[in-house]
Design a protein around this ligand. Structure first.
Ligand code: BES
Ligand code: ZN
Length: 433
């Protein structure tokens, strides 16, 4: 692998060919190159993808049918832009719990699966309010019903044993806070899910006779979505490749609007921006599955690459949480594991050129996202994420049901997308070398 650091730092001294115009050398040429790509990136399109992923599809837990639906959506987007698209399946087994409250419209509740819950592809029954789940709390008509139990007095083991004894066919355990805990009860006889106080209140408010469906399913695969475009200008083809990555899965019970519909949506929009541009190297856009369960999709992607392919990849741009509206999260951190690598340097320089020099912190030493497997095989890799200056804190609703589109900032999305566009184009654009 040849180092490209020189190419970036000396970018203003080489001739630039962007679109069909040959720009003159110097800082103006660099600015013109930035405008070529940033002018093609539209925040409203990014917001639309976030809406599809986080509102229409919702939580996209590794291996779930929603994760697969999101993969199909992303694949359709890439295909419509003319990319070669592959849905790369890999083994990953996960048990996922769902609860739907039926009414004039069916409401999907944000739930986690109870550990060791028996599987069911759909038990539908009326819900009864079973108080705290003490033996005397179960109403007479509990048999054949789904028991809603408030956490607070009984142990989880007792709640489930009492519900089973009362003849319930399923259990929903509601927390007393916004949080959705996950609980492992080893002797569960009937399907059960956990939920937060809001969802519990929603079920209670539906009243006597309201019906719900519980599903607890085990799925065994997840998938990456890979879009590829060869260097479009053979004369300037360096034989190299750049890989953009964002994970599109979420944690359970979180719509994952910022984590990470934001990065996925930005990935899709960058792919659109690049689709018709002359480039000097192969581009790959990888929407990675199963990140939240241990970077599984990205690691699978990297592990199946032949060594000569790894050697051709000069940069990995990762975006994970690029749109938070969290007030304190005002700094775009560029996380690497090897200090000031090509991606960190390029993003810092791009931010400065675009007037965002005071909004970027690069590099910052941090793993915990899909840039790690790329770094592990020697590829310069960096993750882009909004954090709080100084403390590096993430948004308060990180990994909660409140990671919704209402907590996404168009302005932050725009800044991050522009920096990523200008940063990557500085590596990718055709230049005479
Ligand atoms: N987006 C989050 C958090 C994040 C992003 C941390 C970028 C650091 C850099 C990410 O999806 C996440 O939650 N990661 C897990 C680790 C992973 C190995 C399961 C975490 O930080 O707990
Ligand atoms: Zn994430």
């Amino acid at each position: 692998m040849r180092t490209r650091i020189a190419a970036v730092t000396a970018a203003s001294t080489v001739l630039l060919m962007a679109s069909s115009t040959i720009a003159v050398a110097g800082p103006q040429a660099q600015d013109a190159a930035d405008r070529v790509i940033t002018g093609r990136v539209h925040t409203h399109r990014i917001m639309e993808h976030i809406e599809t992923l986080s509102v229409d599809i919702g939580p996209r837990v590794a291996s779930s049918v929603e994760e697969a639906a999101a993969a199909d959506y992303i694949a359709d987007q890439f295909a419509s832009m003319g990319y070669d698209v592959e849905i790369q399946e890999f083994p990953y087994a996960n048990t996922i719990g769902y609860a739907t409250l039926h009414g004039s419209t069916d409401e999907r509740l944000l739930t986690r699966v109870g550990g060791s819950s028996p599987l069911t592809d759909g038990v539908r029954a009326p819900v009864v309010d079973a108080g705290f789940g003490a033996p005397g709390d179960f109403p007479a008509d509990t048999a054949g019903s789904i028991a809603l139990i408030q956490r607070g007095q009984e142990t989880f083991v007792d709640m489930l044993a009492n519900a089973t004894a009362a003849g319930a066919v399923g259990v929903m355990i509601a927390n007393n806070t916004w949080n959705i805990f996950s609980v492992n009860v080893s002797n569960a006889q009937i399907p059960f899910v956990t939920m937060n106080d809001e969802a519990g209140e929603q079920v209670r408010a539906a009243g006597d006779g309201a019906e719900a469906t519980l599903r607890v399913e085990r799925h065994t695969t997840s998938q990456n979505v890979i879009a590829t475009q060869p260097a479009s200008n053979p004369r300037y083809d360096t034989g190299e490749a750049v890989v953009f990555v964002a994970h599109y899965d979420s944690v359970p019970a979180s719509p994952g609007a910022n984590d990470n519909a934001s990065g996925t949506a930005t990935l899709i929009e960058l792919a659109r921006a690049y689709a018709a541009l002359p480039t000097s190297m192969e581009l790959r856009f990888v929407a990675a599955g199963a990140e939240e369960v241990g970077l599984v999709g990205a690691r699978y992607y990297v592990n199946q690459l032949p060594q000569d392919d790894i050697d051709r990849i000069v940069a990995n741009f990762n975006m994970d949480m690029t749109g938070t509206a969290g007030e304190a999260q005002s700094m775009l951190y560029v996380n690497t594991l090897d200090g000031d690598n090509l991606v960190a340097q390029s993003s810092r320089a791009a931010a400065q050129r675009l007037g965002y020099g005071d909004r970027i912190f690069a590099p910052f030493h941090r793993g915990a996202s899909d840039h790690v497997p790329f770094h592990d095989v020697g590829i310069p890799a960096a993750n882009h994420i909004w954090r709080e200056p100084g403390t590096a804190q993430l948004e308060p609703w990180y990994h909660t049901p409140h990671d919704t589109i209402d907590n996404v900032s168009e302005e932050r999305l725009r800044i991050a997308a522009r920096i990523l566009a200008a940063s990557s184009y500085d590596v990718i654009r055709p230049v005479r070398r």
